[in-house]
Design a protein around this ligand. Sequence first.
Ligand SMILES: Cc1cc2nc3c(=O)[nH]c(=O)nc-3n(C[C@H](O)[C@H](O)[C@H](O)COP(=O)(O)O)c2cc1C
Length: 183
Amino acid sequence: MGISGSLRRDSYNTKLLRAAEELLPPYVQFELWDGLKAVPPYDEDDDVDPAPAAVAALRAVVAGADAILFATPEYNSSVPGQLKNAIDWLSRPLARSQLRNKPVAVVGASAGAFGAVWSQGELRKVLAATGARVVDAEVAVGHAPTRFDEHGALVDEDLREQLRGTVEVLVAETPARRLASAI
Ligand SMILES: Cc1cc2nc3c(=O)[nH]c(=O)nc-3n(C[C@H](O)[C@H](O)[C@H](O)COP(=O)(O)O)c2cc1C
């Protein structure tokens, strides 16, 4: 599944996930999750059974995903609050966190030169803290408005190759592929 940290309709990070979808091998199904805006602010008093509906839906879709590709913007040098908030919900209850051992990869796009590298780094740190298996790959789309065409396609060949490499590494980390390569 793909999770974009941006809620914006024309988000470059969401476009980056769409570009990743096109680079996936045909046997991989991809679902772009669009429920981020509905996730309430984390409140330990609300973290009970049953969980708030939007949180239960998020936990269910993550539980069913073999791997997650995150695309994050950078807000004030860090992870956008709404994305961090969703991860906080996913990280609880600790013993049953849906992120534990989940293969995840992080990419990012920003309007500035550096392609959200600080935000990506912080997101990897947060994901590692939840017990997710963070794959060693990075795609930093700087000057994002110049990297996509009017249809939202990623037009920079180098970045497309980096993105292809990232999704390949992520797919190779999924339980099904690990099993397939072991037999
Ligand atoms: C609140 C806020 C803070 C931002 N801070 C940064 C920043 O620290 N570094 C950066 O490169 N861009 C920053 N930007 C610009 C984003 O890179 C730009 O808005 C980008 O398009 C957001 O990603 P999106 O297109 O996926 O929504 C910031 C934007 C907002 C709205």
